[in-house]
Design a protein around this ligand. Sequence first.
Ligand code: ATP
Ligand code: MG
Length: 558
Amino acid sequence: MQIPEASNFIQEIIVNDLTTGKRTEVHTRFPPEPNGYLHIGHAKSICLNFGTALKFGGKTNLRFDDTNPTKEDVEYVDSIREDVHWLGFDWEDREYYASDYYEQTYEFAEKLIQLGKAYVCELQGDDVSTYRGTLTEAGKPSPWRDRPIEENLDLFRRMRAGEFEEGRYFLRAKIDMAHPNMNMRDPAMYRIKKATHHRTGDKWCIYPMYDFAHPLGDWIEGITHSICTLEFEAHRPLYDWFLIALGLDNRPQQIEFARLNLTYTMMSKRRLLELVQNKVVMGWSDPRMPTVSGLRRRGYSPSSIREFADRIGISKADSMVDINLLYFCIREELNASAQRAMAVLDPIKVVIDNWQDGREDMIEVENNPENPAQGSRRISFGKEIYIDAEDFMENPPKKYFRLHPEGEVRLKGAYFIKCVNVLKDAAGKITEVHCTYDPASRGGESPDGRKVKGTIQWVSVAHAVDAEVRLFDNLFTLENPAAVPEGQNWMDFVNPNSLVKKQAKLEPMLGEATLADRYQFMRLGYFCLDSEDSKPGNLVFNRTVELKDSWGKSQAKV
Ligand code: ATP
Ligand code: MG
């Protein structure tokens, strides 16, 4: 295979490895910890790992990093599988678990003990950190650092056998207590944890630390390039140390990139879990959540997320990506493909006084002006229609081009109407707007060249479909909710208007919508059915994203 050209710094490393013959193939892995649902940051990592391997004709493994038995759950494993597949990537039969390697990992640990490179330590709690020193001060050797090899082996085996309570002993690497990199000051390798693991049950009561298990998992699987986020940069010397100390050849290379941060969004799984547990959101798949399942439910497509991942690229420096770029990617795709429809979110009834009772016209409207191949549809128009309360004002300001007592407006694809009377209830709330129509304006065309600036959507009262329509806004009011001002709580920055529910009237076609359908509701944005709450007879639509233009601009285009 001809080596493709590199388009980022990770690919440059790979091209170099393939050119020099250091590597003959590319093998990456995506290593999620099954302690939460995947979010858009993980999606970036998935696109990077799978995308890079695909580009170089290589492979990617899915490896569940299940080294922490207490926080993990099968529910998360299933959701991760579903999300990776949905994003469009396939790990074939290469689904692994860090726990698959517990036996091998244990043997590697014994080997390090035998080599005099690991020991069983008895320091407790604060002493562990006191002995480790600080960034400016060297640590000092643990009193157990020079325990004889045989004694270490014996204790480690008895740790495994369950003879000791949690915290009594731990196994650590014997590296350098004065090392400038704190991670190298005799880091922990194994701790006692009397917990039931979701896969290995009660077989183990000692569990390896991530820093020890991860390089071994990579090596066992033949990973060539182990891509991870920047916070692991300072762990790389340790990653290498374990593999070198064990004398393993063909070592995988760890490469770090900057994690994705999105404005008005939180990526920490721990905090997302808090939002779920405190019922601030409807669950992990709430359409406001940055989770893959939330984006899916909101109507995002896998290809728009891959496009987003592609556009943001990868770098070595942490930064914040504007959430509008994500909205842009989804909107661009939907604009080209979504079927147009009419919906009224805050209905008020319009009665056309000079329309003959019982008469119905079939109005022809195009399905997608961006793509004539999508054809057109016919909609019933009659004496009573709904328009949006926003499209009528009794006392409008100047330059108000929607319906008002003095003006004329175009009903999309139908007729020009003029307001002649307004009916109100005892409280002064408008109950009906009475209009007359111009029979010569059929199709919404001007009969005599007179200009009508406003075009508004409408839904026939006789044929309207009822639905709940959910409008979403950013989940947080703060651009970077991960960095709240001193003394304040991040939860207080949850946007109280992030979900608004409307009882809407929709054009009849929308009663037949399926989960796969995507619509542009004229002037309102892009919508799809809610995969969890929508039921026949009880429809729920989600707004995936707003239209790009503000109302005023979109007005000119319809
Ligand atoms: P969190 O901090 O949200 O709990 P994590 O890093 O602990 O996330 P993992 O399940 O360990 O979550 O992540 C799996 C992979 O996804 C890792 O390789 C990790 O580096 C990557 N990843 C996690 N968050 C992001 C992000 N925001 N941007 C890019 N990659 C990410
Ligand atoms: Mg992690």
